[in-house]
Design a protein around this ligand. Structure first.
Ligand SMILES: Cc1cc2nc3c(=O)[nH]c(=O)nc-3n(C[C@H](O)[C@H](O)[C@H](O)COP(=O)(O)OP(=O)(O)OC[C@H]3O[C@@H](n4cnc5c(N)ncnc54)[C@H](O)[C@@H]3O)c2cc1C
Length: 83
């Protein structure tokens, strides 16, 4: 069986979104190598701060990662116990 290998440069939002899509869609054995400048994956420029003064400028309902699950981000936020 063919084994796919992917290299994604940049482990911010877009890189992790691509990795999540690949994990969901690739039906054969695959190896994903995520290359990031720092050890903090998923943070990047916009999400690298914990400042509560910064707010999303896109409605949560439009920030789903998966087209077939349009409410997943809003549902994730509802499940979290935010301070
Ligand atoms: C202040 C601010 C607020 C924002 N608010 C929103 C918002 O509310 N909603 C929204 O949708 N978008 C927002 N954005 C836009 C947001 O940046 C993008 O939606 C999204 O985070 C971009 O993802 P990205 O993966 O392209 O970049 P990033 O998430 O920044 O990730 C880039 C990654 O690449 C890595 N990298 C860089 N150079 C290299 C290299 N040479 N080799 C290896 N790794 C490297 C970095 O370390 C980082 O981890 C905001 C942006 C800013 C600056």
């Amino acid at each position: 069986m063919q084994r796919y290998q992917f290299a994604i440069v940049g482990g911010g939002f877009s890189g992790l979104a691509v990795a999540a899509q690949l994990l969901q869609q690739v039906r054969q054995p695959a190896r994903i190598c995520l290359i990031n400048r720092s050890a903090r994956f998923g943070r990047g420029l916009a999400y690298g701060t914990n400042s509560s003064s910064l707010v999303l400028n896109v409605p949560a309902a439009r920030m789903s990662l998966y087209p077939d699950s349009p409410d997943d981000f809003a549902e994730y936020l509802c499940r979290r116990e935010l301070p």
